[in-house]
Design a binder for this molecule. Structure first.
Ligand SMILES: NC(=O)c1ccc[n+]([C@@H]2O[C@H](COP(=O)([O-])OP(=O)(O)OC[C@H]3O[C@@H](n4cnc5c(N)ncnc54)[C@H](O)[C@@H]3O)[C@@H](O)[C@H]2O)c1
Length: 307
């Protein structure tokens, strides 16, 4: 993959997945605007990229506002002369079960993920349209947004919204030659090491051990670097024409998520009363209800222990 001459913004790229994306884009030749709310991490990431022979600047602002988005896009253009790709990766968790979730927990997550994505992409697309050379938008979704997840009212809502925005923007931006896709990643990072089921694997990785193959496949779980190839692909001409998709990646698995669609229907002349629905629901449209929540992968218990 050769992205020489391309310019990319990666939000939240001071650590974790964003850092892997920024390094992989730079290694492919793109100049990168490294953004993070933690300024030291952003500076270090940009310095590491430069030391490895790449081009990067750090722009440490907190995404979520129009001002921050404008700063990111204008710094990219001032420093590198253009903008081709925006990767909206910055994120936080404030997990609590619904009845314990404070307004502040809800608003903080919606602000960074949903508003941060909206404001950054709006600004980037305004630039793409004005420049007339098209562009690439890569959003960060999550299995929680696709299926729902216990304790993640705020996060699941934000990530489901991001998937919906990917589909909406794919339509709106097509004429301008801008593709919009969401990555549904899975990787060992600060964010996932707090998940009890995954903790032993993250611990094992920190000790230098590789993930067992069964984890990389069944749990689709690996390193941030395992995910970065998809970002480079989506930023490259090789992904021309791919838009409006939610693409899963983690460990050894690459996947395509389905979009919500009606899977069964029934008809009743003159419409449906509550009684009509009560009589027909379980034998017609509700015969096979949809599942919800992220299913645990089928990994033998011994593998859990040895990781
Ligand atoms: N790790 C996974 O398996 C996984 C799974 C699904 C989705 N995701 C998503 O991938 C993205 C990256 O997650 P990660 O696992 O690398 O987490 P992480 O916590 O390691 O990294 C998130 C980064 O975003 C930064 N950040 C937070 N708020 C910010 C703001 N307002 N402005 C700028 N930067 C901000 C943090 O400082 C941090 O560097 C997130 O959007 C997350 O929801 C991750």
């Amino acid at each position: 993959m050769d992205l020489t001459g391309n310019v990319a913004i990666v939000t939240g790229s001071g650590q974790g997945l964003g850092l892997a994306y920024a390094k992989a884009l730079a290694a492919a030749g793109a100049a990168v605007v490294v953004n993070d709310v933690v300024a030291d991490n952003a500076e270090k990431a940009a310095a590491d990229i430069a030391e490895a022979g790449g081009r990067a600047i750090a722009v440490p602002v907190a995404v979520g506002t129009a001002d921050a988005a404008q700063t990111l896009v204008s710094r990219a253009v001032e420093e590198f002369g253009r903008l081709d790709t925006v990767v909206t990766n910055a994120g936080i968790l404030r997990d609590k079960v619904l009845w314990n979730m404070a307004d502040e927990d809800f608003d903080a997550v919606i602000h960074v993920h949903l508003r941060g994505t909206f404001t950054c992409v709006r600004e980037a697309v305004r630039h793409f349209r004005e420049a007339g050379h098209g562009g690439r938008v890569v959003l960060a979704g999550s299995p929680a947004g696709q299926r729902g997840n216990f304790g993640q009212t705020n996060y699941a809502a934000a990530k489901a919204g991001i998937a919906a925005m990917a589909r909406t923007w794919a339509m709106e931006c097509a004429r301008a030659g801008v593709t919009v896709n969401a990555i549904i990643p899975n990787a060992a990072t600060a964010m996932t090491e707090t998940i009890p089921f995954l903790a032993p694997y993250v611990e094992g990785l920190k000790k230098g051990g590789p993930f067992p193959s069964v984890v990389r496949r069944a749990a689709s779980f690996g390193t941030p670097e395992d995910v970065a190839g998809l970002v480079v692909f989506l930023a490259s001409p090789a992904s021309d024409g791919i838009t409006g998709q939610c693409i899963g990646i983690g460990g050894d698995r690459l996947s395509l998520w389905s979009h919500p669609t009606e899977i069964s229907s029934a008809f009743h002349d003159g419409g449906w009363s509550a009684d009509d629905i009560a009589e027909a629901f379980t034998s017609t449209v509700g015969e096979r209800p949809e599942t919800y929540g992220i299913p645990l992968p089928n990994i033998p218990t011994t593998q859990h222990k040895s990781a």
